[in-house]
Design a protein around this ligand. Sequence first.
Ligand SMILES: *[C@@H]1O[C@H](CO)[C@@H](O)[C@H](O)[C@H]1NC(C)=O
Ligand SMILES: *[C@@H]1O[C@H](CO)[C@@H](O)[C@H](O)[C@H]1NC(C)=O
Ligand SMILES: *[C@@H]1O[C@H](CO)[C@@H](O)[C@H](O)[C@H]1NC(C)=O
Length: 450
Amino acid sequence: MIRLQHIVFAVGLVLSVGADYDPNWDSLDSRPLPQWYDDAKVGIFIHWGVFSVPSFGSEWFWEYWQGQKLPQFVSFMEQNYRPGFTYADFAAQFTAEFYDPDQWADIFKAAGARYIVLTTKHHEGFTNWPSNHSWNWNSMDLGPKRDLVGDLAAAIRSKAPDVHFGLYHSLFEWFNPIYNQDKDNNFKTSDFVTGKTMPELYELVNNYEPEVIWSDGDAGPDWYWNSTVFLAWLFNESPVKETVVVNDRWGDGISCHHGSYYTCADRYSPGVLQPHKWENCFTLDKASWGYRRNAPAGDYLTIHDVLTQLASTVSCGGNVLINVGPTHDGMIPPIMEERLRQLGSWLDVNGAGIYGSRPWKVQNDTVTHGIWYTANHDLTYAIVLQWPKHNTLTLGSVKPSDQTTIKMLGFDGELKFTPLTQGMNVTFPDLSSVTSEWAWVLEMAGVTPS
Ligand SMILES: *[C@@H]1O[C@H](CO)[C@@H](O)[C@H](O)[C@H]1NC(C)=O
Ligand SMILES: *[C@@H]1O[C@H](CO)[C@@H](O)[C@H](O)[C@H]1NC(C)=O
Ligand SMILES: *[C@@H]1O[C@H](CO)[C@@H](O)[C@H](O)[C@H]1NC(C)=O
């Protein structure tokens, strides 16, 4: 006999499976994070736009030159461009003649990335796709004369099908008079949101089916941006409702509090375990997201810097989103390509400690600086960023047992260990047979936190 409460229970179960999210943060935040994102760990961010033409100082070039009028930017224009040259004039030189999306897809795949996020429109307002809502200020009417977004989407899906395709979009635009009018009205009017921002976002999702939406430029309250209405549609009805993830920049005060995952601040890297899924987005060029012709080699992260960010981020429950800035002609600069390929070659050997991992009970070692832990099922991984003196490494946080085995990824054979009162010493093998020179990963079975 089936009792009434069983039927009620069964109906409730069905309803919660086909969940319908309401346009408020409590409801939207109750959506489980699609697992692919937590497993992915490594993404690549691509900042490309008209700012890639001056490629001087920052992707904030227009704002620094004509908004804040910073002397460095004003004099750069005075010295190098004719009087009366406008920011819009740069668009003609956004030529993208070497843009080969298949080649980009190969590089991202070789980097070991599991997702990418491309700027579709930065704060300058120029759309990298032929938007019906950006008349004469888009990549089909000007510059490349191409659908930059659509061409990369197609290349990723055919050449790198394991890489999830994501898109960045700026809600606001520095100099858009309609936005500025709404702002001057204390956001009591919303002509910019209804006529520009929202139509663009729906157009992007319906045309390109991104699995990440990386929102930015959220200057204004979330009710002004109508963010929750868009997100409820995205999670309930959109073509990507099952797999899409979104970040947290959807209006004043929302970042670090709501969204599938938190970015909090650019280059957010807290160094301690976080209670909510998060992402550390950082740039290979330390000073800029867009390409900078005036960046010397020393301004780029080394591969060791990149692996340091990767290790601490993944240990603390985050993903890394590593930014490259292509040139106006469509190249990923060789120094950036080299970093990405170095990362991929490291991940080829050491990926078991990264992809699909979860935080361990301890994040970094209590004794030895520069050791970060992850876990994957019954295995514990120690990512070692500094080679120990005398080839003996003290792991203060790991307690061995009778069952303990320790391997170094990329090296055949077991490592020897000696228990200590607190932790253990591990003796490394002969280095000549170890593949990596930048950071090493120990795979340990049968250990517990000490
Ligand atoms: C723009 O509108 C036309 C006509 O409705 C449509 O065919 C086209 O796909 C739209 N473009 C985008 C990017 O949605
Ligand atoms: C928000 O979206 C809803 C549903 O599409 C719409 O009715 C409303 O006008 C929008 N509000 C603003 C301020 O754009
Ligand atoms: C572990 O990480 C924390 C936070 O980043 C740091 O303060 C601490 O010094 C680290 N411990 C060691 C032994 O490096």
